[in-house]
Design a protein around this ligand. Sequence first.
Ligand code: ZN
Length: 363
Amino acid sequence: MNKAFKFRLYPTEEQKKMILMTLGHNRFLWNRMLQDKQEHYAFYQTHLYNRPAQYKDKYPWLKDIDSLSLANTQLALEKAFKAFYAKKSEIPKFHSKKQDYGYTTNLVNNNIEIVDGYLKLPKLGKIKMNKHREIPSHMTLKHVTVSKTPTDKYFVSLNFAYERDTIDIEVKETLGLDFSMTHFYVDDRGSKIEYPQTIQMDFLKLKRLQRSISRRTKSSSNYKKKQKEIAMLYERIKNKRDDFLHKLSNTIAKGYDSVTVETLDLIKIAQSNKHFAKQIQRFGWQRFITFLKYKLENQGKRFIHLSQWYPSSKTCSSCGEVHGELKMKDRVYQCPSCNYSIDRDINAAINIKRQGLIILGFA
Ligand SMILES: [Zn+2]
C-alpha cells in the first residue's frame, strides 16, 4: 500500500531558482517529447518511444537539473498516452507555465533524506520543511513530488510504501449514504450534512471576481492584481473544503465498520440538472469517496460502492416495491402500494445501506 504526506517547504532564494528551473526544464521536455510524438504519429500512424537522453544532446542545459525528474516526466507522458489509448482519458495536452504540475524524483542511494526540520533533495541540498506530522517508522520512502502554487508557496509530497497489516474486522455498525441535491449527504439514520455555507459564499465571491476580470484588459496591473486575488481565494476554498472532507470522513470511518454509497453518473446528472452537477464538483464528492475508502480500508473496515443502475430513490424502503413516478423535485417518497411516506433522501439512504448488507452477505 502507499501513502503520501504533504508538507510545506521554505526554500532559500537560491533554492527557489533551482526549483523553478527544474519545473521549467521538465515542462520543456514534456512539451518537446509530446510534439515529437504527435508529428511522428501524423507521419507514421505509430507511437514514438522517445527518451530524455536523446534530448540532452541537443539541449545540454537539461543536464543542469536533477536527471531523475526528467525520467519521471517521460514516464508520466507514456502513462498519459497509455490511458488515452485505453480510452480512459483525453489526449495528453501541452503544459503551460500557468499551471503547476510539479516534478517528481526518486529515492536512490540516500539522495533524499528527512533530517530534523529539513528535507535533503538532489541538486537542492537541505530545504527547510514544516513536518507537521510524524511518519510511521514502518513506511519506506519511494518518491517525492515538489510543487509550487500560483501564490508562490512551495510544497513537497512524500510518497511511502508499506505492508498492509490490518485484519478485516467484524462488521457491526453499518451506514448508507445518499448524495442529494439539497445536502452534501443524507444517511439512513436521518442525519443530513449541509453544504458548508462559508464555502458556498466563497464560490459566489469567486464567480464575481471571475466576472470582473473578464471585463479587464489582460496587460493591465489591475488584471494581474485580480488574477492573484482569484488564485488566493481558490487556494483558500480548496483548503477549507479538504478540511471539511477530512473531518467528515474521519468521523464516519471512526464510527462505522462498513459504509455503502451509491455511484453517481456525473455525465447524466450534468445533462439533467446542471446545478446539482456543479455542487457535486465544487464540494469534491469524488475526493470525499477516496478519503472515506482509504480511511475505512486502512482499519480493515469495508467500503461498498453500489453500481449505477441500482434504483435507490425509486424503491420503497418499507415494502420494497419500485415506482417509476418519483420526480427530481419530489422531496417526499409516497409509496402507492403500501402508503408509506418518508423523506426522499432518507428513503434512498436506507435502501443503499440494505443493498450494502446484501453484498456483505448479511441480508
Ligand atoms: Zn411501499
